[in-house]
Design a protein around this ligand. Structure first.
Ligand code: PGA
Length: 249
């Protein structure tokens, strides 16, 4: 897949199914520029109803999946269950799942493999906590997250990976990385992709920024050379705000 402008929403554990479908329908009524891919990450139980709504031009993503195809894993959902439903994207490695569900780079590598094997596109999240940013070692930290979970992939598999850089100190805090901080990290990631894979893979991989993206800051952040869009939490729950963000490329 070639590099694209992407506006991805991450609803997290918000909205009931009917509220989610209403939100999707409302967004479906707004116009989407043809050069922007819009994706909404919703809770598992919403996915079927959201696909049934058949909103053209909006992809629906799961926010997680298990690393095994099937078996005795009570309460889990496998990647194959998602693709069978018609889901095309999954968000993996979000910092909240890393923190609250103890997902580490090794487990995430398995999840990435399982998701790709099932035919899903992966939005793979990375990002450093505040103490790492204060030490100015964020590049090495994010570099390790990416190399331990993605560097084993083939160039072909990388075509189905979107990377989302989300500094933890900017998620849900109202504090955003400056456009320069985002650009620096995105350039670092792209350079790393060129070294790990090849130049073409680096050029073709979409790298999103996440962390308090809102209508007021989206344009400046998306305007950075290596920022291809955003993974948006809070602002994706408001139709007007998310629509503004979609129009910020
Ligand atoms: P936020 O969340 O936009 O509410 O900061 C972003 C995310 O966690 O993906």
């Amino acid at each position: 897949m070639a590099r694209r402008n992407i506006a991805a929403g991450n609803w997290k554990m918000n909205t009931t199914v009917s509220e989610g479908v209403d939100l999707l329908n409302a967004l479906g009524k707004t116009e989407t520029p043809s050069d922007v891919t819009v994706i909404l990450g919703a809770p598992y139980i919403h996915l079927h109803a959201m696909l049934q709504a058949e909103i053209k031009d909006i992809y629906i993503a799961a926010q997680n999946c298990h690393h095994k195809e099937k078996g005795a894993y009570t309460g889990e959902v496998s990647p194959t269950m998602l693709t069978d439903l018609g889901i095309q994207y999954v968000i993996l490695g979000h910092s909240e799942r890393r923190a609250y569900n103890h997902e580490d780079n090794t487990l995430l590598k398995e999840k990435v493999d399982a998701a790709l094997a099932a035919g899903l596109n992966v939005i793979f999240c990375c990002g450093e906590p505040l103490e790492i940013r204060k030490e100015n070692t964020q590049n090495a930290y994010v570099g390790t997250q990416l190399s331990e979970s993605l560097s084993h992939l083939t160039v072909d598999q990388m075509k189905n990976i979107v990377i989302a850089y989300e500094p933890i100190w900017a998620i849900g805090t109202g504090e955003t990385a400056s456009p320069e901080q985002a650009q620096d990290m995105h350039a670092y990631i792209r350079n790393m992709l060129a070294e790990t894979f090849d130049k073409e893979t680096a050029e073709n991989t979409s790298i999103l920024y996440g962390g308090s993206v809102k209508p007021a800051n989206a344009k400046e952040i998306f305007g950075q050379a290596d920022v291809d869009g955003g993974l948006v939490g809070g602002a994706s729950l408001k139709t007007d705000d998310f629509s503004d963000i979609i129009h910020s490329f």
